[in-house]
Every structure is written in C-alpha cells, then in structure tokens.
Design a protein around this ligand. Structure first.
Ligand code: SD4
Length: 327
C-alpha cells in the first residue's frame, strides 16, 4: 500500500515538474522528513572527510562537476601521510607492501577502478584515467602500475618510516596472523550532487591493516564500495570489505532508494542484510552513506562511532550515524 502511494506520489511529482525544485514533505514516504533540496552537496566518510569535502567544495560551490569534486576531494586524504589507511602512509599488508584500491563512478554510469596498486600516491586519479582512457573498468597490480607510469604518474614509496616501524613491531607478536579487524577505518568514500543535479562518487583505501598479500577489498569494486545511478542517487561504503562485497552493499542501497527508501533507511537495510547473512559480525565494522535525488543524505553502521562529513551551502559539519550495536 505504502509503495503504491509512493509510486502515485512520484508520478504526480514528476508530472508537476518538481524534480528541480524544493521538495515539500511527502507523508507517503513515511520515512525521514523530506527536507529542502540543498544543492550542491557532498558527504564523505569519517572525520578526515572535512578536509576532503573542503577540496571538493572548491569546485562544487563554483558550479563544478561532481566527478571532478570527488576526485580532487579524496586526493587530499590519499596525499595525507598521517592517514593510516589511504594512499601514502597507509598501513601495509603483512608482508610490508602498501597496496591500494580505488574506484570512481560518474552520472553516466561510467566507472573506473584500480586494485592492488603499489607505489602510486593517488590511485583515484589512475582509476579515473582507466575510466576515461581505456575500454576497461578495472586494472590491477603490475598492469595498473604500468598504466599509471605510462600516463605520467610518479613512482613513490608509500611505506613511510612510521608505518614501517609499526609493521615491524606488529610482526614480532603477530605470528603472521592477519587481524580480522583493526579499528583503523579511515578509508574515504565520497559521494556528491552538483549544481547541475548530477551525482558522482569515489572510494579509495590501502585496505585492511596487515591483510594477506594480494588481498583486495570492496573499495575497487563498483557496486560494493560505490554505486551511482543518476536517476536515483549514490551510495558508498567503509569498513570490512569482505562483508560489503558479499551483499554488494552500495548497489543494494541505490536499488532500495529506487524503491522509495530514504538514504538512512536504505543504509540500515543493507546493514541488516549484512547481519542476517553473517553468522557473526562481532568486532567488525561496516558503515554506509547515501544521497538520494531529493538531496536527502544519511548513513548507518554496524557499530557506533561511524560518522560522515557533510557540506552543503548551509552546513559544514560532522554527522553521527545510527547503528545496530555498541562496541
Ligand atoms: C577494505 N573497506 O579494504 C576497506 C577498508 C576500510 O576503513 O574501509 N577501512 O575492506
């Protein structure tokens, strides 16, 4: 019944040409209140999202494209050596290699990704180049690195003295056991809606700390860490990538929003799906973020402590998400 009402309401709204205007509340949605459409809009995972959003906002506030904004935004985090799970300064795998995963997707559904990339500081820019300059979506490992070097990227050692020392310390007591989860979630997922009403998203990470050599998480996988459908909205993920991949989390959230769920409710449903499909989520964090076509945004996580940076013409702040469990 609720769905029928929603469809009727959606049909009526589009007939009335509401799609680019401020939205009145929609009682038939029965979910979060429909707020005024604030455009442009960018959200990104965790506290470091504030600096990343600032770079994205430079472009978005001047009428720039969401695609350029998300790329430039997450590059700030990639190039920050104090961040322990993105780009330079990222924690290595258990063999001491910093291996990076990233993907990007635009309003046309074009996408590009790199996985298991070494010695390149800004994998998101390589992912964009894969999207724009190759017939492929994903390049991995040596091939991705060769492609980057051939296209003007510089080789750089991403293992800095601090992360090398921490890895050496870890090796002494670890028995080479990969930790299920070190609570170091700093991966950045960013999604944006520009003034023209187009969505794009980006996700970039060095992955889980001390992972097995060769392990690739959700971050380069379109549909898992990131999905954009310009008719509906965008979603992105952070946390234990294996759990996100198993439910193809970001795609699921966009499809739930297509059915009429608000961003927060869609993210909650995806977290519930993860919990239903895993025997245990004990000690493992996943967080999702989403924006819909009405400019509503929201997130949800398994455990408390997940937050996102929000930037709109009126707001520049951190937002705490709701969660299922307390640490
Ligand atoms: C991964 N999702 O490689 C990434 C890790 C992450 O915050 O998000 N950390 O599984």
């Amino acid at each position: 019944m609720r769905r029928r009402k929603f469809l009727e309401w959606a049909a009526l709204s589009s007939f009335l040409g509401f799609s680019n205007k401020s939205w009145a509340t929609s009682p038939s949605l029965g979910q979060e209140e429909c707020k005024k459409w604030e455009k442009p809009l960018v959200i990104s995972t965790w506290n470091h999202g504030m600096d990343a959003n600032a770079a994205a906002w430079e472009l978005l506030s001047k009428g720039g494209k969401a695609l350029d904004a998300v790329e430039k935004g997450v590059m700030v985090t990639e190039s920050d050596p104090t961040n322990r799970s993105v780009g330079i300064g990222g924690t290595p795998d258990r063999d001491g290699h910093v291996t990076l995963d990233a993907c990007i997707m635009n309003e046309e559904g074009d996408c590009g990704s790199v996985a298991f990339l070494e010695d390149i500081e800004n994998p998101i820019a390589v992912a964009r180049m894969v999207m724009e300059k190759t017939p492929h979506v994903m390049l991995a490992g040596k091939g991705a690195q060769l492609f980057a070097l051939q296209n003007g990227f510089e080789r750089k050692d991403l293992l800095i003295p601090e992360t090398k020392a921490a890895w050496e310390k870890w090796k002494k007591t670890s028995n080479y056991e990969t930790p299920v989860n070190i609570e170091n979630h700093d991966t950045i997922g960013m999604i944006a809606l520009d003034q023209a009403g187009d969505f794009s998203g980006a996700c970039t990470t060095s992955g889980l700390a001390y992972k097995m050599h060769g392990r690739v998480g959700d971050s380069p996988i379109i549909g898992a860490s990131l999905f954009v459908d310009n008719e509906v909205g965008a979603a992105c993920a952070t946390g234990v990538g294996e759990m996100v991949i198993r439910i193809v989390g970001s795609h699921l959230i966009v499809e739930l929003m297509r059915q009429g769920y608000s961003p927060e409710k869609a993210c909650k449903k995806a977290i519930e799906r993860i919990m239903a499909k895993h025997k245990s989520v004990e000690g493992q964090q996943v967080g999702f973020l989403a924006i819909d076509r009405k400019g509503r945004h929201g997130g949800y996580s398994i455990y408390n402590g997940f937050n996102y940076a929000l930037r709109t013409p009126e707001r520049n702040e951190m937002v705490e998400t709701k969660y299922m469990k307390k640490w």
